[in-house]
Ligand binder design. Structure first.
Ligand SMILES: C[S@@+](CC[C@H](N)C(=O)[O-])C[C@H]1O[C@@H](n2cnc3c(N)ncnc32)[C@H](O)[C@@H]1O
Length: 430
């Protein structure tokens, strides 16, 4: 069937309509293209199609840079030149907010940097294929293993480290036997590629990490620390239970320089993934904000808290998994709190605390109804919402605007080029 692609929608696909009006989602197309597609799945309100052929190309279409594009589940937009990717994301963001009932939106300000080799973290599956250990990702839309030869969106050191891990196994049978127990491996590097941490996720507790790391260090001198973590994968969906740390080698984390700060990031802790845009994120959130008291909720290792501590007399940083934060965010005017945001806000409301600024940077699920209603009760004059999901952002913003906030600034920070993911920073005032 031939379909005209109307626009890009959240999730990576393009939207088209059949002559009977039914919506069809088509991957790897661009707005304005004419495509020949085959319907694959009938869903409740739309159909999913596969792309057979592009009959009329968009001017924005380019040759994908990665040989795995299309098969690999990681990237969705390599067929679009980079400015077109950003334009698609801006229209997706605009539409997500409008669909939630938000109107008179400020103009979206886009912030971008290099679109390749940006990811400072890489997590790979390890599998034996024809008696050879390979590293790879999930094949698109499935849990099948896809062995890869490169990943151009990641920092080069990370793939070099993954290759070295496999190389060591080919040269040493004890290491190969040990790695046969591995399910996944994660690599995390500083932006300058000088320091590397590795976590090997294993099926069972079995000593051998130190020997592996001693061998690997010959190929990857940047390796400063490594650990194993027990990961039980259940069922065909590979449902993951929370990993349990086992052995450790070398340093427990690494010191990540960004801006004028060094952030201590423990192995496995959250840190922003785009090495080129971390300072820009901090700049948008913290610059020109000044006052007595600021709260940084969902603070991670204190990326925003540290910048805010330069211009606020007191900064309270709240984080559910606060090990790194507690040890590093201390001193006059700095308070780290290990709590969920909702626990913290319930107490703060009772004590009638009112900061001049609140920053929230929740995971993909957003902050949710109770946090929105508590934020409305605290009624800080300025609220900065950092979001990695436009749909949950739109839902939460609707509640905050209904409670009296006004949407003053809208920033799209493209932390995830080549993929459909997008980061938004919204400034609200009352
Ligand atoms: C998107 S990250 C942001 C971290 C930090 N703002 C940064 O930019 O590095 C979200 C953080 O929220 C934490 N988190 C998740 N659920 C939480 C909750 N209910 N209350 C507080 N923190 C939570 C996670 O551990 C993670 O560190």
């Amino acid at each position: 069937m031939k379909l005209q692609i109307e626009k890009a929608i959240y999730g990576g696909a393009g939207l088209a309509h059949r002559t009977d009006g039914e919506s069809v989602f088509v991957p790897f197309v661009l707005p304005g293209e004419l495509a020949e597609v085959q319907i694959q799945q009938h869903k409740k309100n739309f159909e999913e199609a596969s792309l057979l052929q592009v009959l009329k190309d968009s001017e924005d279409r380019v040759q994908p840079a990665c040989p795995h594009f299309g098969e690999c589940g990681g990237c969705h937009y390599q067929h679009a030149q980079y400015p077109a990717q950003v334009k698609m994301k801006a229209s997706i963001l605009q539409e997500a907010l409008e669909r939630a009932g938000l109107s008179a939106l400020p103009e979206i300000q886009s912030h971008t940097a290099a679109a390749w080799a940006y990811r400072n973290r890489m997590r790979l599956r390890i599998e034996e294929v024809d008696s050879i250990l390979r590293a790879g990702y999930n094949r698109r839309g499935t849990n099948e293993f896809l062995a890869i030869q490169e990943c151009p969106i990641t920092v080069p050191l990370l793939w070099r480290a993954a290759q070295s891990l496999l190389q060591v196994a080919t040269e040493n049978t004890a290491v190969k036997r040990w790695l046969g127990n591995a399910v996944e491996a994660e690599f995390f590097t500083t932006a300058d590629e000088k320091r590397l941490q590795m976590t090997v996720f294993v099926r069972k507790d079995q000593p051998g990490l130190a020997s592996l790391c001693d061998h690997m260090k010959q190929f990857v001198p940047e390796l400063v620390g490594a650990g194993t973590s027990l990961l039980k994968l259940a069922g065909p969906q590979r449902q993951v239970q929370k990993p349990r740390p086992l052995e450790s080698w070398g340093a427990q984390g690494l010191s990540y320089p960004a801006g004028n700060e060094d952030y201590w990031v423990s192995r496995g802790a959250f840190f922003q993934v785009n090495r080129f845009l971390i300072e820009e994120l901090v700049r948008i959130v913290a610059t020109n904000r000044i006052g007595q008291l600021a709260w940084d909720l969902y603070a991670g290792v204190g990326l925003f808290s540290r910048a805010l501590a330069k211009t606020f007399q007191q900064v309270v940083a709240v984080e559910a998994a606060a090990t790194d934060l507690i040890s590093s965010f201390k001193g006059t005017g700095r308070r780290a709190v290990e709590a969920t945001t909702v626990e913290f806000l319930r107490q703060a409301v009772v004590q009638r605390e009112r900061p001049q600024l609140i920053v929230v940077d929740p995971p993909r699920v957003g902050v949710g109804a109770e946090v929105c209603s508590l934020l409305a009760r605290v009624s800080a004059p300025e609220l900065v919402y950092v979001s990695c999901d436009p749909v949950t952002l739109a839902r939460d913003l609707k509640m905050l605007l209904d409670a009296g906030y006004k949407l003053e600034e809208l920033h799209l920070v493209d932390l995830f080029p080549q993929t459909f993911h997008l980061e938004t920073i919204v400034v609200l005032r009352r």
